[in-house]
Design a protein around this ligand. Structure first.
Ligand SMILES: Cc1ncc(COP(=O)(O)O)c(C=O)c1O
Length: 368
């Protein structure tokens, strides 16, 4: 008797579609035979990593036959220092996605609910449905998180809330006061993840670093990453900061060597290169301003973003514009699976990359 594998998995997985990453440059090269391609699809740093991080990763190549330090002792100590917490509060992940999944696997079972916002980062529904738990998607307000409605959506079955601050793909954010009100409204039995993957880019006076709130809110987990402003997306390293008891539990379910040795070495070096980080932030600020000016000149509406990307509304068929941009050698991200079918998302690139993108977009939307 044959058995369809689909019938063996939970209902959540049955309804899942795999996470759609940005189209790789090599794939587009193969498909269209183009020689100049720019990828502005995955919110990567156009500056790349610190040369110091690169150098340390190269040194690490000499030790590839060895397992990495499974506790990430040095990196956890350095991060603890930066965030003024004990090393026991830091959990390293294979990217911050790994930490998001660990938190969900640790606290959520099939009978629970997980609350997140409409248009929120795609990994939240993914990890929720993989467990077979119920995803409670709270309608967005002005395309951002409606924290009051999210607090109202927390019920007796809720175990976990994901808040992206700022959110991807909208670039929207919530201020300290609104987040504190949310934390105060939610019972301590509900774990709240505040995902700050893009925190380094945000330049708003009332944008909070939530790590210092851990003393007040024992149910809080803050996640950060080296993938964005640090330019280390390919190495996969991120982390969570939480109470020591939560970190100890995360450590129980974490794979023993979830962060590789090159990532550990490069992340350490990156933390010591403040100049490079600042350059990365400055380039992003200039890139966003350039993109906004270009959109304004073309009369294109975009969602105001404090991160390293802008989601813009496309006149007409967004998938057609996406495909036409590909033919121009520009990879952006379609957002239909985020409930934003009229939008595309573009990552702020280097100045000439942004010029290339804006010129291509102009040709695509108003062909002469
Ligand atoms: C909001 C948000 N959180 C987390 C991540 C995960 O990043 P990583 O796993 O590379 O740390 C991303 C990546 O795009 C993101 O946009």
């Amino acid at each position: 008797m044959s058995c369809e594998p689909l019938s063996l998995v939970n209902e959540g997985v049955r309804g899942l579609t795999p996470y759609q990453p940005g189209k790789p440059i090599e794939e587009l090269e193969r498909e269209l035979g183009l020689s100049y391609i720019i990828k502005l699809a995955s919110n990567e740093s156009p500056l790349g990593p610190s040369p110091k991080a690169r150098a340390m990763a190269m040194v690490g190549l000499d030790e590839l036959s060895r397992y990495p330090d499974g506790s990430g002792t040095e990196l956890r100590a350095a991060l603890a220092d930066i965030h003024c917490v004990a090393p026991e509060c830091v959990t390293l992940g294979n990217g911050s996605n790994d930490v998001l999944e660990l938190v969900a696997r640790l606290f959520v079972s099939a009978e629970h609910e997980v609350v997140f916002a409409e248009h929120a980062f795609a990994v939240y529904p993914l990890v929720t449905r993989a467990i077979g738990a119920r995803a409670v998607e709270v309608p967005a307000r002005d395309r951002g998180h409606d924290l009051a409605a999210m607090a109202d959506a927390v019920g007796e079955h809720t175990r976990l809330v994901f808040i992206a601050n700022p959110n991807n793909p909208t670039g929207t954010w919530n201020d300290a006061e609104a987040l504190r009100r949310f934390m105060a409204a939610v019972p301590e039995s509900v774990i709240v993840v505040i995902d700050q993957a893009y925190a380094e880019y945000v330049d708003e006076s009332d944008y909070p670093d939530c790590v210092p709130w851990l003393d007040e809110y024992p149910n809080l987990v803050v996640t950060r990453t080296f993938s964005k402003a640090h330019g280390l997306a390919g190495l996969r390293v991120g982390y969570g900061v939480s109470s020591a008891p939560i970190a100890e539990l995360l450590n129980r379910v974490r794979q023993p060597f979830n962060v590789n040795s090159l990532a550990l070495a490069a992340a350490m070096a990156s933390l010591e290169d403040d100049d490079h980080l600042q350059r990365s932030i400055d380039i992003n600020r200039a890139g966003l301003a350039q993109l906004r000016a270009g959109f304004d000149a073309m009369g294109i509406e975009y969602i105001p973003s404090v991160a390293n990307f802008l989601s813009f509304a496309v006149p007409g068929d967004a998938s057609g514009v996406y495909a036409a941009l590909l033919r121009e050698g520009v990879i952006v991200r379609p957002l239909a699976n985020y409930g934003l079918g009229q939008h595309l998302r573009v990552t702020a690139g280097l100045e000439d990359e942004n010029v290339h993108f804006l010129d291509a977009l102009k040709r695509v939307i108003s062909p002469s």
